[in-house]
Design a protein around this ligand. Structure first.
Ligand SMILES: [Cu+2]
Length: 162
């Protein structure tokens, strides 16, 4: 099964000035029945949501994501596009920077978003689990800071996959 992701990425570099807060998330990897186009099938999801939950943080924030694996597959989550500065073990590719999270196990990803703002995505990183395990990462500018373009009238997140 092929999967396409279309991500609108806006990246910029600005000096750090204010330390952020810590944001906590729990991602339960589970099996879920989903109905699309009159067909119901079982797929893997995060917290029963498909597409997966939005991860929202502000530039400078520390992000802690506890991933708990409730399915038979090995799994890891890649924070796609997030720079891992001195936190390479939190990047997510299984067998590259970490062992996959095994059934019944948990792992807490711990990283700080530095010098980035805009929209990225997270996705599973073992076998084809990324076909259904994915969601957006929204990185807001620091308070009283702005995106490097005029403030849009409205922001809508669009995730495409199949
Ligand atoms: Cu990736």
């Amino acid at each position: 099964m092929a999967t396409l992701f279309f991500g609108f990425c806006v990246l910029s570099q600005w000096p750090e000035s204010v330390a952020g807060i810590t944001r906590h998330y729990t991602f339960n990897i589970m099996s879920q029945n989903v109905t699309r186009l009159c067909h119901t099938r079982s797929l893997l999801s995060v917290n029963g949501q498909f597409p997966g939950p939005r991860l929202v943080a502000r530039e400078g924030d520390q992000v802690l994501v506890k991933v708990v694996n409730h399915v038979p597959n090995n799994v890891s989550i890649h924070w796609h596009g997030v720079r891992q500065l001195r936190t390479g073990w939190a990047d997510g590719p299984a067998y590259v920077t970490q062992c996959p999270i095994q059934t019944g196990q948990a792992y807490t990803y711990n990283f700080t978003i530095t010098g980035q703002r805009g929209t990225l995505l997270w996705h599973a990183h073992n076998s084809w689990l990324r076909a259904t395990l994915y969601g957006p990462i929204i990185i807001l500018p620091k308070r009283n800071d702005s995106y490097p373009f005029e403030k849009p009238y409205k922001a809508v997140t669009i995730m495409l996959g199949n």
